[in-house]
Write a protein of this length. Structure first.
Length: 136
């Protein structure tokens, strides 16, 4: 019985380690580009990848409470709605460290659950060969 439990634990631990990780770095302010990046990220999450999003430059505005984004065909959803869907699925979403201070904004201007990225953490992900990078 103990052997079976140990084997089950090891199999579960291996499965967790085998989970794909995806880092989306989104900088484009173009609505269609944002939409495609987020469609692919949502699909990766649906296929059980662990998704993390770094929003920089114009794309950072998607994380602002006040931001309104146009909807895209064929589903009539905005990139902001797609981002919120990713977050509901467990994705970690951050704006780059330069975004808030250079826009004159603060943490409370961001959607709930969005934070400011820490460069050492992002660098660690970029150097991790197990993390897939998606850059739009």
């Amino acid at each position: 019985m103990l052997t079976a439990l140990v084997l089950l634990f090891c199999a579960t631990a291996a499965s967790a380690d085998d989970k794909q990780s995806l880092l989306l770095i989104l900088t484009s302010g173009d609505t269609q580009t944002q939409g495609m990046a987020l469609v692919l990220s949502n699909e990766a999450q649906r296929q059980e990848a662990e998704v993390r999003v770094l929003l920089c430059s114009e794309a950072g505005k998607l994380a602002l409470k006040e931001h309104e984004a146009p909807t895209l065909k064929p589903r009539d959803v905005s990139p902001k709605q797609m981002l919120e869907n990713l977050m509901r699925g467990g994705a970690k979403v951050e704006v780059c460290a330069l975004f808030l201070p250079n826009l004159g904004k603060a943490q409370e201007d961001l959607l709930e659950g969005v934070g400011a990225a820490k460069p050492p953490e992002i660098t660690k992900l970029l150097l991790d060969k197990k993390v897939r990078l998606l850059n739009f």
